[in-house]
Design a protein around this ligand. Structure first.
Ligand SMILES: [Zn+2]
Length: 287
């Protein structure tokens, strides 16, 4: 059976199947799409590193879209799958990847070394955010046809090892798109607003649930235009670009989560990345 699947994979790469899926990158912080079994069987339940994984029916096959945590070491891991009959395991080989370093200077020192009052706020934020991020909605159809939330300049990529005022902090967990304050931020695809708020590092933020643990986050907003429970479709205005929270200038920090882990948002808008990155080059050559 497995041999058959591998053979099929060789003959029909997933990109040829038609459905828009995130681009594969089997590295820490990447995404891997795994064909599980034919969809004439009941939907299987898949777990990766003990976290429930998104499973969709993609043209007659159950397919798992798996997020690989940024702190995953290169090596072999199992995707564990429960089916109506016997449990199955699919081997995922995570390749090594070295993300570049980025050194930033933050003027507001409390954003690098928070005081006790700030730490209490950060702790309270974490409780709210982890609750929002643990949202699991069962919907069978997931809209993966993402468009960039802001038409701007790709200023910082995902995964960069970050040093703020010479101190190493957490790696960059999202994609930064720089645009002037007030630029509209649009929903990349159909989703539901599950959280809005003002957080210490993220500033004004919005979180969208796209279904089965696919969640997106929008940080540092100037204004928020949606409320919890709103349904949005692609292009609806979530708010505007700002510089609230820990920033060096106005931009959107965009997070994408799969199975409870942050993955590279660029994989969801792969065909738009060259255009956004080209704007960055133009800006640099102007300096
Ligand atoms: Zn960022």
């Amino acid at each position: 059976m497995l041999k058959k699947i591998y053979l099929l994979l060789l003959i029909f790469p997933l990109t040829c199947l038609g459905m828009e899926l995130p681009k594969e990158s089997v590295v820490a912080g990447g995404v891997v799409n795994v064909l599980l079994l034919e969809a004439n069987k009941p939907a299987p339940v898949a777990h990766f590193l003990d976290k429930r994984v998104l499973v969709i029916n993609d043209r007659g096959w159950w397919l798992a879209v798996v997020g690989i945590p940024l702190d995953t070491k290169a090596g072999r891991y199992d995707l564990k799958v429960k089916t109506a009959k016997k449990p199955m395991k699919f081997r995922i080989t995570v390749k090594p990847k070295k993300y570049p370093e980025q050194h930033l200077t933050i003027k507001n020192k409390r954003m690098v070394n928070p005081n006790p009052v700030d730490l209490a706020k950060i702790k309270a934020d974490r409780v709210i955010l982890s609750k929002a991020l643990s949202t699991w909605s069962k919907q069978a159809i997931i809209d993966f046809s993402f468009k960039p939330p802001v038409e701007g300049r790709l200023s910082s990529r995902f995964g960069l090892r970050r040093f703020f005022n010479k101190q190493e902090k957490n790696p960059h967990s999202g994609l930064d798109i720089a645009a002037p304050t007030g630029t509209k931020i649009k929903a990349p695809a159909t989703a539901k607003v599950i959280n809005t708020g003002s957080y210490y590092y993220s500033g004004n933020a919005v979180f969208l649930d796209h279904g089965q643990g696919l969640i997106t986050g929008y940080f540092h907003l100037n204004k928020i235009n949606v409320k919890i429970g709103d349904m949005v479709k692609q292009g609806d205005i979530l708010g505007t670009v700002g510089s609230t929270g820990r920033v060096t200038g106005p931009h959107l920090h965009w997070n994408v989560y799969l199975n409870g882990t942050k993955v590279d948002p660029a994989l969801f808008i792969a065909k738009d990345i060259p255009r956004l990155a080209a704007k960055n080059k133009k800006k640099k050559s102007k300096k």
